[in-house]
Design a protein around this ligand. Structure first.
Ligand SMILES: [Zn+2]
Length: 489
């Protein structure tokens, strides 16, 4: 049946070619229902609150992680999902054990320092060495005095120090660790950038494998004091740690709504359920994953069934290196369903979206058509569109296999939560209820529109096209550093 009906009005003239007037007419009603359902009955905020209170952190492979997987599964079940499964995976992963760091001018009287190990630090490490100030910890700092760090412990600032040379590169903590190792450091102490005694974790490995030297984070205040001390005296440290590295078992949680007319074609919408273990991961990624859970609730409550199949996925293992999304994509390659995934929408710390984004420029018309309805329901939604591609979240394994990816463009983090990223202060009091509900509303609309539209023009790239796409988006170099560039040139 030809769906397009030509109606001559200003409103419908604005519609792009990819979305027919009939579709838009139907979506208006459905989006209005989504809007009302989310505003009246969203449980995103409440369930996240409950999970942070009853479970705590959601570290992959830990007892808490297992509880979180079960919490999500049971929640989806309670929303009426019957097509619901765990997707188990077993991988090498890292988790922290004990750590002590002591620093001082007198090797016989070192003072204990509050610190945390960075992920992928060695399983056991016991080093006593002199500490040297390596500034920002970028190549230039080492080139200036090549032997300075050899056999010693590098003290490095996580960001770019005020007063640094213009153009100093802001490198990832894992890259700074790799550089220190290369220049012969026996350990690295990373100074956090956030004020207030905050400690940060995250991986210190560029490859996801164990690193050869212990890497720890200290607070901004402690770290700056050590830098000051080093101007007039020698500092020594004793770092002792043990960690776990080995096979862990974890499970993604997958809830499916079969498509009405194109059940084989799939739109995947996901967010990582796991978190680091220093706090409860309320922001990273409670706000994203619990919004996706509530998008699933919204679809179930309204009995929505778009043309294509929708899969809601709670990924585990994101923080240790996208372990769950890699497992999902590996399984999809194996059962040959990868080519049926038409879009992947990822929600990682998304808060209060004002627009949408996609890896595919050509999706602008579709996304803006969807967004124009969202905007008509709430003018706070600005219906901006941005295209581009980045790394380091669960869309990455999909993107590397040619799947178009996208999502909603957030409004920064709520309550200035930035300094608590990966830190011991990522707690529920930072969460903003309105922002979460807005995410549920506008992202459910995006999801429905993509899954329901007559034609998705975004191309599923073949291998050669994927390579060109990644090069165009300047992702070749970081993928090569991570050992993930699978092409010869
Ligand atoms: Zn995250």
């Amino acid at each position: 049946m030809q769906k397009s009906i030509f109606i001559c009005s200003m409103f419908f003239l604005a519609i792009s070619q990819t979305v027919s007037a009939q579709e838009k007419f139907e979506w208006k009603q459905i989006f209005s229902n989504i809007n009302k359902e989310a505003l009246d009955h969203s449980r995103a905020y409440e369930t996240l609150k409950e999970a942070t209170e009853t479970i705590g952190h959601r570290l992959t492979g830990s007892a808490n992680g297992k509880k979180a997987e079960e919490y999500a599964y049971n929640l989806l079940k309670s929303y009426g999902f019957t097509n619901l499964r765990y997707q188990p995976f077993e991988v090498e992963s890292w988790s922290r054990g004990n750590l002590s760091v002591a620093i001082g001018t007198d090797t016989n009287h070192l003072g204990a320092v509050k610190s945390v190990a960075l992920a992928h630090s060695p399983v056991t490490s016991d080093v006593s060495n002199e500490v040297v100030d390596m500034g920002n910890g970028v190549e230039e700092d080492y080139q200036a005095s090549p032997e300075k760090v050899r056999g010693k412990i590098a003290l490095v600032y996580l960001g770019v120090l005020p007063g640094s040379k213009a153009g100093t590169k802001g490198l990832h903590r894992s890259e700074k660790t790799a550089i220190a190792t290369k220049w012969g450091a026996k350990g690295i102490i990373v100074i956090n950038t956030a004020k207030g005694g905050i400690l940060l974790t995250g991986t210190a490995s560029v490859t996801g494998k164990l690193i050869p030297i212990p890497a720890v984070c200290v607070s901004l205040e402690d770290g700056m004091k050590f830098k000051e001390d080093l101007k007039t005296a020698k500092l020594y440290t004793h770092i002792k740690m043990n960690n776990f590295s080995g096979l862990i078992k974890s499970r993604n949680v997958v809830a499916t709504i079969k498509g009405k007319s194109l059940p084989k074609e799939k739109v995947v919408v996901g967010g990582h359920l796991d978190s680091w273990d220093l706090a409860t991961g309320a922001i990273d990624n409670g706000i994203g994953s619990f919004a996706v859970l509530d998008m699933a609730r919204t679809f179930a409550a309204l009995k929505l069934q778009p043309e294509r199949t929708v899969e809601f996925v709670m990924f585990m293992g994101e923080e240790e290196g996208l372990l769950g999304s890699r497992a999902y994509v590996d399984a999809a390659i194996k059962d040959k369903s990868i080519d049926q995934i038409r879009y992947m929408l990822n929600y990682d710390m998304t808060h209060d979206p004002k627009g949408y984004n996609s890896s595919d420029e050509g999706s602008k018309a579709l996304f803006e058509s969807i967004g124009s309805i969202a905007h008509s329901l709430d003018s706070n939604f600005k219906n901006s569109f941005r295209s581009g591609a980045g790394l380091h979240s669960d869309h990455q394994p999909f993107m590397l296999r040619g799947v178009p990816t996208g999502g909603s463009s957030g409004n920064g983090l709520p309550n200035n939560a930035g300094p608590c990223y990966h830190a011991d202060c990522d707690v529920f009091s930072l969460v903003d209820k309105t922002g979460m509900v807005n995410n549920v509303r506008f992202s459910s609309m995006l999801l429905y529109g993509i899954a329901d539209t007559k034609e998705i023009t975004a191309k599923h790239f073949n291998d050669a096209e994927t390579k060109i796409f990644l090069e165009k988006n300047n992702l070749k170099e970081p993928l090569q550093i991570a050992g993930e560039w699978r092409w010869k040139d």
